[in-house]
Design a protein around this ligand. Structure first.
Ligand code: ADP
Ligand code: MG
Length: 390
């Protein structure tokens, strides 16, 4: 699969620009195993890079023109190296342009004689868009690693993660955290990235899925994220007001021992939002500890507890996600939960290889019986992070 996509990135580049690319760089999408809505509360997350990748075929130019094209779109977008700004006309090209802008910002402040020239770039990808697998981080990190190499910016992977985030915040205009880029750049085969969103320290933790005969099923419900109705913003606001009422900078500063005080101080809704974040942070810590002590077959309950907390306390699940989770567990999954921001998107189910067929077919049948759209179900494994392919 990878070879085919590299070949198609090279062919796409040549077809668009009429000459051969210098190289191809890839970066994976990611899935978050546990730790939801904890990132903006300066808490813990535990994502891993998946075996679905975005490939960027790139060549430097001698002038200051940037041209980007993608197999996802017929249009080629252009910008000038020194004058990239937020512009609605950029469409998807805001992601590579954002990275080109952010690398220059960072390299100019760190290197004495950093100079960037234009480049041509063609994107190929098998990361599903909008399924909560961060196709956006995959495109950012493949282009960031490529430009870091060909511009000689000498940034390390932590700085490149920041580059992806900065580009997405400023040029795309999405106020996202650094989890997705960290997973895409720091991933290792059969490992997940335990990330402290306050200190930005990270640790690679072995999952042992392959050894234990487990795979992670993605069950994309195809329910579009309904973030537009303010659900996400209102959850963030509840977390902020809860932290303020309890006298802390962020919910990260609270632990299970503070739950009693929180219940006495806060109104019911804010208390439940806060309880989700406090218990979810603890579940990430427990997942890491249990993986190391007892292996992946022991983390199923934590995954399900996480789902219940999002369903009942944070109230960001939908019927399709609940159905996917409960059906998967009933038919042999070790643990399952919704993943991502909520209000739609995907669920994940940690499943023994021999149960993959039964779990998948049962979820499809249950969705059909309930009149839901057909879910898209596929397995992913934990893969190595961004790299130069050729
Ligand atoms: P997610 O990251 O969860 O997949 P986002 O909305 O954050 O969803 O990012 C998806 C956007 O990223 C797409 O709408 C598109 O603008 C851009 N994108 C991702 N992959 C590609 C690609 N291969 N080619 C062009 N644009 C892409
Ligand atoms: Mg994204």
């Amino acid at each position: 699969m990878t070879d085919t996509l590299i070949a198609s990135a090279l062919a796409g580049f040549e077809g668009k620009f009429g000459y051969a690319a210098t190289g191809v760089w890839s970066a994976p999408g990611r899935v978050n195993l546990i730790g939801e809505h904890t990132d903006y509360n300066e808490g813990f997350v535990f994502p891993f890079a998946i075996n679905r990748h975005t490939f960027a075929a790139i060549s430097l130019r001698e002038d200051d023109l940037i041209r980007v094209a993608s197999s996802f779109s017929t249009q080629t977008h252009e910008a000038r190296v020194g004058s990239i700004t937020k512009d609605d006309g950029h469409d998807w090209a805001a992601y590579p342009f954002g990275v080109a802008w952010a690398i220059q910002e960072m390299a100019n402040s760190l290197l004495k004689d950093f100079a960037a020239t234009g480049f041509d770039c063609y994107i190929e990808s098998d990361v599903p868009v909008g399924a909560g697998l961060s196709s956006s981080a995959a495109i950012e990190c493949s282009v960031a690693l490529a430009l870091n190499d060909i511009w000689g910016a000498s940034l390390d992977r932590l700085q490149l993660a920041r580059v992806g985030q900065l580009g997405e915040n400023v040029i795309v205009g999405a106020p996202t955290g650094i989890m997705d880029q960290s997973a895409s750049l720091l991933g290792e085969t059969d490992h997940a990235v335990f990330l402290d969103c306050r200190s930005l320290e990270s640790q690679s933790i072995e999952l042992g899925f392959a050894r234990e005969g487990l795979e992670l099923l993605i069950i994309d419900t195809r329910v579009a994220h309904r973030l537009v109705d303010g659900g996400y913003a209102s959850r963030r606001a509840a977390c902020e007001s809860g932290a303020a009422s309890l006298g802390v900078d962020s919910l990260r500063d609270l632990s299970l021992a503070d739950l009693g005080r929180a219940q006495e101080t806060l109104d019911d809704v804010t208390f439940r939002r806060v309880r989700h974040v406090i218990t979810e942070n603890q579940r990430v810590l427990d997942t890491v500890a249990i993986l190391q002590r007892s292996g992946p077959r022991a983390i199923g309950k934590l995954m399900h507890d996480s789902h219940e907390s999002m369903r009942d306390d944070f109230e960001i699940s939908v019927d399709e996600l609940d159905t996917a989770v409960e059906t998967a567990i009933r038919h042999g999954a070790i643990g399952a939960r919704m993943t991502g921001g909520g209000f739609g998107g995907a669920a994940i189910a940690l499943t023994p290889v021999e149960k993959i067929g039964e779990v998948s077919l049962s979820v499809i049948a249950e969705f059909e019986a309930l009149g839901y759209a057909k879910p898209n179900i596929f397995a992913v494994s934990a893969a190595q992070g961004a790299k130069r392919e050729i």
